[in-house]
Write a protein that binds this ligand. Structure first.
Ligand SMILES: Cc1cc2nc3c(=O)[nH]c(=O)nc-3n(C[C@H](O)[C@H](O)[C@H](O)COP(=O)(O)OP(=O)(O)OC[C@H]3O[C@@H](n4cnc5c(N)ncnc54)[C@H](O)[C@@H]3O)c2cc1C
Length: 471
């Protein structure tokens, strides 16, 4: 049901106590709301935007980029359905190794196992309309290429799931979900003992009165940048913000770094394709993090004259159109200095805007260089091509161009230990008995897979957990 009335909303809701109040109706919030409603729970689903994009709402996402340049507003959408309104629909589960401890990357380990999330494979496939449910990384499973290399098992959302569109009608007809649009979270209140959230406070617009939503349980699902901002802003009872006793909120911001590592002349033509040549053995022996490789379709490389000469010198014959540009996607290392903080600039509600200080580490640079050399060696070893690596691979004085994929992770990371995380293995905020977080901000580490698949797995798991609590 959609709650449209703004008149006297505070009075209308004053005696209402929902089972769960979820703030943020993107993929995480909508999935969780549906999971709870399925069991008859009374859910308030609070969304800051409307049913479609508006500049008034979108500009609330503006902020500063202090480190490696990053479009903090343009990398997300602030309306019903969230950033799924323009996501690409490419999905992949995390790898087993993403959950394991790594001596040279102290924050790698998750406090849960891959199996804890994989039990939701069928449900996620249905929610996201994924093709090929049992696809695994494999040699030759990608028909675009005949190269003897492992291809990553990307599965695609088809038609690409826009959560607001796909689930809007179901939600508006559900007696169990009250969807409030244009309801902007402006504060979070705690009880007197500061061990529970007592209410989320909202305003429809900067001129309107604030109103509170009361519930037994509360969930923040505003995305990987806004979740930490909301916790930091809620500082009237806890001066450092909520869930921030150990100054962990906003730290460890991770992206999937994307960069072009060179071009190759290939022996045979192929379509654009991805490869997974990063094995556990390679990672541990080279002390790098996870990576995936993308080859553009042969013939699409701009550096063709050099590559043509290279081809001629290696393979002897003149065979045009066999160049391929090679790019890399890497797991970024967790880094407490890569972080979301608040600035002194304020938004239309008088709330401090965020600043993102996105930083890379020596381990990120090492992963990029190691991966590039491994790609070059692999092509030569299998005699399937020869690669010209980009100047920054061998010359450390050349800056590495750092690209991003609009994936905002780890800013309220999951941990066994409150000193190294913000939520526990159940996505519950440390120190608060009834407050949970959903979305990629809870990722313990980033892995190399696009995040939305894992976001949905985690939301389903959280829904199951909350349903048990509510029984
Ligand atoms: C161009 C692009 C392409 C992408 N492609 C892919 C892809 O191919 N594969 C993939 O896995 N991922 C992709 N992503 C990332 C994907 O979109 C996100 O991982 C996903 O949308 C995150 O879901 P979420 O629900 O956690 O957050 P969001 O989708 O960001 O939703 C957060 C919701 O919270 C609401 N909100 C925010 N602040 C407030 C507030 N103060 N009060 C009330 N409500 C609030 C917002 O309006 C929004 O509806 C892409 C992203 C972009 C930008």
């Amino acid at each position: 049901m959609i709650i449209n009335t703004r008149d006297n909303i505070a009075n209308q809701l004053s005696n209402k106590v929902y089972d769960v109040c979820i703030c943020g109706a993107g993929p995480a919030g909508i999935t969780l709301a549906r999971k709870l409603a399925e069991k008859g729970r009374q859910v308030a689903l609070m969304e800051g935007g409307d049913r479609s994009l508006s500049s008034d709402s979108q500009q609330l996402y503006r902020g500063d980029s202090l480190g490696t340049p990053y479009p903090v507003a343009a990398s997300r959408l602030r309306y019903f359905g969230g950033t799924s309104n323009h996501w690409g629909g490419e999905t992949r589960p995390l790898d087993e190794r993403d959950f394991q401890p790594l001596a040279y990357h102290p924050y790698n380990e998750w406090p849960i196992a891959k199996q804890d999330l994989d039990v939701y494979t069928a449900e996620v496939s249905k929610i996201l309309d994924l093709d090929q449910p049992d696809l695994k990384d494999d040699v030759f499973d990608n028909k675009a290429s005949n190269l003897p290399l492992m291809t990553p098992a990307y599965r695609y959302s088809k038609p690409v799931t826009r959560f607001g569109i796909k689930y809007g009608e179901e939600i508006s007809e559900s007696p169990n979900i009250h969807l409030h649009l244009n309801a902007n979270l402006v504060d979070i209140s705690l009880n007197n003992d500061h061990d529970e959230v007592s209410e989320f406070v909202f305003r429809y617009d900067p001129e309107s009165q604030a109103f509170a939503i009361k519930a037994r349980y509360f969930v923040l699902s505003c995305g990987g940048l806004e979740n930490p901002r909301a916790l930091l802003l809620a500082n009237k009872q806890m001066s450092n913000g909520i869930g921030n006793r150990h100054d962990m909120v906003g730290r460890h911001f991770c992206e999937h770094i994307e960069t072009t590592i060179g071009s190759a002349v290939m022996k045979e033509s192929h379509e654009s394709t991805g490869f997974n040549i990063c094995t556990d053995v390679l990672m541990r022996s080279k002390k790098c993090l996870s990576f995936l490789v993308e080859f553009s379709a042969t013939g699409s490389d701009e550096n063709s004259s050099f590559l043509q000469r290279l081809y001629d010198s290696i393979f002897g014959a003149s065979e045009p159109e066999l160049q391929s540009e090679i790019s890399l996607i890497i797991q970024q290392a967790c880094n407490p200095e890569s972080r979301v903080t608040l600035t002194d600039k304020k938004d239309e509600f008088g709330l401090k805007r965020l600043a993102l200080n996105w930083r890379q580490t020596a381990l990120d640079h090492h992963t990029i260089r190691t991966a590039a050399i491994e790609v070059a060696n692999t092509l030569a070893r299998h005699d399937i091509g020869r690669m010209k690596v980009a100047p920054f691979i061998l010359d450390r004085s050349v800056e590495i161009p750092i690209g991003f994929m609009n994936h905002h992770m780890c800013t309220t990371r999951m941990s066994k230990d409150e000193r190294t995380g913000v939520v526990d293995q159940d996505c519950k905020v440390f120190g608060l008995d009834n407050f949970f977080i959903a979305g990629s901000s809870v990722f313990a580490s980033a892995g190399v897979s696009n995040p939305t698949y894992t976001i949905i797995q985690l939301a389903l798991r959280l829904g199951g957990h909350m349903n048990e609590l509510l029984d």
